[in-house]
Design a protein around this ligand. Structure first.
Ligand code: GLC
Length: 738
């Protein structure tokens, strides 16, 4: 055991004082008064030494990390997640600098740290903020034992284009749901106080509007009207501000031609002046440097000036602040007050975490003992089951009886590589493959890859082998989709098809004439038109993390009756994108939805409707809605009405349905979406059981940014819907009078 490990072993982790806001403000002010300008600037910089390069006592100084820290020119570290490395860097900051200001350590822990939960887009299909909060608290508990003090999560970008690989990190296409789930992530990470030994900071991203990248192309431009920005994209970030998120990350894209990272309208006018945000804003990875690529300036020094004066507090990786800010102060191009305000926000965060009380709060000897606890794995299984979406079940091909001989075929059948993009510190070997899950569940299953994800020379041989195996089976289970490395950052695709020769494999298997169930592994909505037309059953399995196989087997066997609901619309083909539920009506709405509804807004070759709409997901039972009603059909001012509906389980097994509330304004001073999602309710029903669910409708729920930029419901007529997905058509009419 080396010297540092000896020292880590002696570290203690007593409960830390919960300091009041005023107390922290005084402590920060006192520390600030002792700092030089250079030291204040140093707090505004985050460097990113590669953790793998910091082994034992040797540092990879290619990033200059140690030098930055020793000179007091580093406020935080990105990417270090091994206690011994975090300890060494923290020790230098605390013991070898003039003021001993501790560092904080950031990493992207977005759907689990070592216990890996389903990708975020999958978890959003649970419509379950309680489960997501629990998952986030587990992620925080594991992270807090690896040196990490803040996670770059939740990502609450509203997304409408599945070509963009990062839809996997999101909560889907709806702003209201993203608001609810974003807050749940923050509560789970930050718990009731950041001083808690298992609490870490939440950094909400990517502010703002990154999910609207043109053509779904990574790092591309965004062009939104202010109304679109404020009605569809900003509310989720604002909800996270209201949940007191520790930090916000500026996005790579421009908003109205100005990169978010130097966009004063976003970072100061809205974030500070309208929303009163007090946390710190961090840039995305080198997004400060990239404003030169956006051609905002050719001068690196001006980068520092523009970003600081716009309201950016902390620079991730590129080092314009520590390089140029002192000179800019001397030239009166930036104000020391601005630097001090940013420095205060960083120091405040460190005080809230308790790092001044215990700089080694997050550093533990032998952290393994805190990882992958049985209760964590149980939670991962529960969330995975809730994230699975049943899309088709013809001829009751599902659930599959356990005495059936099953052939499990496809490139996702045997692989344990099911962590999914942004997999934190997850380990492939700790994942349960689809095949393992089916075996664990007691199936007589034989598995075969069938073909590669990518398309390879040996695919022909693989297919021949798979066909022979399939011929012996009673049921064919297909494990198909896209490989996990095609999801996440820098993973935009121009097509949404199954990759490689998977469709060829499936088509050849279909010739055997056996029941076929497709299970799709993906980080985004794929083009499932062929699968929908040709398979008997279809399950969206996303990338479900550690408990993938067990969760899928639980649904396939009927041990768990699927409840998931889609949070992104599925296009019929890539040419239909963007397709989303809350579109505007247009001047020529097609009542038939096309195709070929002449001189109406539609295509000549496909219907307007998505293949599967927002909110869609089947169960092994069926539900019936009836008796939709309002307590009053006219409300004024702050009055409310209650919308209710009776739901009956009309099927053959107990089940849970996630009902959704939508509204539609029949007219408004600006064109409003054809539907607006406003609430949801989980209802468990035994066979033949009926329950009534209700929602309160008030003026806030009916409000929208009108032609005068006022949030108001105006004097209008509305339709109120409750149903099992966004295509529901049963409504009650409501008058609103100011
Ligand atoms: C990346 C991502 C961002 C992430 C950051 C730090 O480029 O855009 O989501 O948090 O860098 O890893």
């Amino acid at each position: 055991m080396n010297l540092y490990e000896e020292q880590i072993k002696k570290l203690s982790h007593p409960p830390l004082p919960k300091r009041r806001k005023e107390e922290i403000q005084n402590l920060v002010a006192e520390l600030l008064s002792k700092m030089t300008l250079r030291e204040k600037i140093g707090q505004l910089f985050q460097t990113a030494p590669n953790d793998a390069h910091i082994e034992g006592l040797r540092f990879d100084d290619s990033h200059g990390t140690v030098q930055y820290i020793k000179e007091g020119l580093c406020g935080s570290i990105l990417g270090v997640h091994t206690p011994i490395n975090a300890y060494q860097l923290q020790r230098i900051a605390v013991e070898e600098t003039r003021l001993g200001i501790p560092l904080f350590f950031g990493l992207d822990i977005i759907h689990g740290c070592r216990t890996i939960f389903p990708i975020n887009l999958a978890m959003s299909c649970s419509f379950n903020p309680e489960l997501i909060e629990k998952a986030s608290s587990v992620a925080a508990a594991e992270s807090a034992h690896t040196g990490i003090s803040i996670t770059y999560s939740p990502m609450v970008d509203v997304v409408r284009d599945p070509r963009w690989g990062r839809v996997m990190e999101s909560n889907g296409e709806d702003s209201y749901l993203s608001r609810i789930l974003g807050r749940a992530y923050i509560r789970g990470y930050q718990q009731d106080d950041l001083s808690g030994n298992q609490a870490i900071g939440a950094c909400v991203k990517h502010f703002a509007g990154y999910g609207a990248v043109e053509a779904g192309r990574e790092y591309n431009s965004v062009d939104l009207s202010d109304r679109q920005l404020r009605m569809n994209y900003l509310p989720a970030y604002q909800s996270c501000v209201d949940e007191d998120c520790a930090s916000i990350m500026s996005s790579f894209n421009v908003i109205d031609g100005v990169p978010s990272t130097c966009n004063r309208y976003l970072l100061t006018d809205i974030l500070r002046n309208e929303w009163g945000y007090e946390g710190f804003v961090i840039s995305d990875y080198t997004s400060t440097f990239e404003i030169m690529n956006h051609k905002i300036t050719t001068d690196a020094k001006e980068v520092a000036k523009l970003c600081l004066n716009a309201g950016l507090d902390h620079e991730m990786v590129s080092n314009h602040y520590i390089t140029y800010l002192e000179e800019l102060v001397r030239e009166n191009q930036v104000d020391t007050h601005t630097i001090e305000e940013s420095c205060k926000r960083i120091l405040t965060f460190k005080y809230k975490l308790g790092l001044f009380d215990n700089p080694y709060k997050y550093i533990y000897h032998e952290p393994e003992q805190y990882m992958q606890l049985p209760e964590y794995r149980e939670l991962a299984l529960e969330i995975a089951k809730n994230s699975i979406v049943l899309l088709k079940n013809e001829n009751q091909v599902l659930p599959v009886q356990k005495n059936k001989k099953v052939a499990l075929i496809g490139p996702a059948a045997l692989t344990k590589n099911v962590v999914g993009g942004w997999g934190g510190l997850g380990r492939v070997e700790e994942c349960v493959s689809f095949y393992e899950g089916m075996k664990n569940s007691g199936y007589d299953v034989i598995a075969h890859e069938g073909c590669s994800f990518e398309g390879a020379e040996h695919d022909d041989q693989l297919m021949e082998e798979a066909l022979r195996i399939a011929a012996e089976a009673e049921v064919l289970l297909l494990a198909i989709g896209e490989p996990d490395y095609l999801t996440g950052e820098w993973s935009s695709r121009s097509e949404l098809c199954l990759t490689g020769r998977q469709l060829e494999l499936v088509a050849r298997l279909k010739l055997l004439g056996k029941p076929m169930i497709g299970v799709i592994f993906s980080g985004r909505p794929l083009d499932l038109t062929w699968c929908t037309d040709n398979l008997d059953g279809l399950i969206y399995g996303w990338y479900l993390g550690n408990e993938t196989g067990n969760a899928l087997a639980s649904v396939i066997s009927g041990d768990y009756n699927p409840t998931g609901k889609l949070t992104m619309s599925f296009p019929r083909r890539v040419g239909q994108i963007p397709v989303y539920y809350n579109q505007l009506p247009t001047g020529r709405p097609s009542l038939t939805g096309g195709p070929r509804d002449l001189f109406k807004s539609c295509y000549t070759d496909i219907p307007n409707s998505p293949l599967y709409p927002f909110g869609y997901g089947l169960s092994y039972t069926t539900f019936n809605y009836k008796n939709l009603r309002l307590s009053t059909n006219c409300i004024k001012g702050l009055e409310e009405t209650v919308v209710s509906v009776d739901i009956t389980n009309t099927g053959r097994c107990p089940g849970k349905i996630i009902s959704q509330l939508y509204i539609e304004a029949l007219s408004f001073s600006v064109s409003r979406p054809v539907k607006e999602f406003k609430g949801f309710e989980h209802t468990y029903l035994e066979v033949s059981e009926t329950k009534t669910i209700s929602f309160v409708i008030n003026r806030e729920m009916l409000s929208y940014l009108n032609i005068y930029n006022e949030m108001t419901p105006e004097n209008r007529t509305y339709r109120i819907f409750i149903g099992s997905d966004s295509s529901t058509s049963d409504y009650q009419q409501l008058e609103y009078k100011e």
